[in-house]
Design a protein around this ligand. Sequence first.
Ligand code: EPZ
Length: 418
Amino acid sequence: MPERIMIEGGVPLRGEVAASGAKNAALPLMAASLLVPGEVILENVPTLRDVSTMKRLLEHLGVRCQGSDTLSLDSSRAGGWEAPYELVKTMRASVLVLGPLVARFGRARVSQPGGCAIGARPINRHIAGLEAMGATVRLEHGYVVAQAPRLTGAEIVFEAPTVTGTENLMMAAVLAEGETVLVNAAREPEVRDLAEALNAMGARISGAGTDEIRIRGVASLEPVTYRVMPDRIEVGTYIAAAGITGGDVKITGCEPGHLRAVIDRMEKAGIETVVGPDSIRAVGGSGIRAVDIITDPYPGFPTDMQAQFMALMTLSDGLATVTETIFEQRFMHVPELCRMGANIKLSERRAAIRGVRSLSGAPVMATDLRASASLVLAGLGAREGVTEISRVYHLDRGYERIDEKLARLGARIWRAGG
Ligand code: EPZ
């Protein structure tokens, strides 16, 4: 019987939980090790399936990877330049090796990441940026084949922000000839974290975290030790968990400044938050108010918190709308939430959630990482029955020991089968 997560909800969560390192910061930082011959050491690396997948890919490219929480990556003897389909198909973020490979070795052959549950997710903007920097890029047999004796700086204007596109091209530009300017760049904190690490290696990047990033190419980079930033989406998920169970949870080791849009919406939904320099205490229990959200690139409400917020709204006191502007089909969690008694109507990019008095536990299926998080939240909020979540590998891609952390907060949650 494949592994499932079982939840018997209705318990107000109480206590403290520490934020883990951010998946979406760790992955580009790991890829960046390809840029520098020598030992790059990353600290606070979360234990996740996606991190293991990236390790396997880097080892395939010749990078020596050692450790876990503290991860040593040495690409001194790396020489591989192909990211094969069987690895890339399990994790789209594999595309993050494209820029570093072309910058370091002058060539790359990376399987085109297929679509996934939340959308087609093309990488045309990544490719257009590399071509602007002088690379020749061909698409053949499902692979992106890029070559450039030496990349040259260019002005690259994104038609719309792309997080990994910004990261890929920033990494390509650090060793290019001359200056590169990324216009309409992604402003996510993970982009800034990557820029800070690259600058610590000797890169010359300014403007990361704004929509215009300047990168002046340098001849080479030096190894560093760098600490991965806390995971803002994990933190937001635990705030929602406190809200949906009427609990009182303090999340430590986080950066509240990365969650202003999320805290704003959670407060309006009736969750009281007490914000410290590196902690957020979330107190539910006074009922959940219906609040509308529209996802938007950072610093707007993150699409990666959309499914979790929707789970919270299923128990609200009215009608809430959730508008998803980033991905074309990030509503795979809706039918599963409805199986638990939620009242949700879908139109094109909008979900209308009419709060119900209670949810009931049911067997449900995870379809993608954040959809599975929303099912965990719904299970925690269901006051009757047991929720059985299958395909938990989606959850383990992006949440470090989520069942252990929730159990320590009092949740009745356990793994079965496997
Ligand atoms: C990153 O994905 C994150 N992944 C995603 O988190 C997150 O949902 C997303 O950014 C948006 O914030 C990592 O950082 C590893 P995009 P990414 O390029 O970079 C379109 C999670 O749950 N687009 O910013 O792939 C694209 O289709 C994951 O942790 C193009 O059209 O997202 C989407 O509609 C899920 N062409 C929009 O832009 C391109 O070349 C934003 O995508 C690139 C993107």
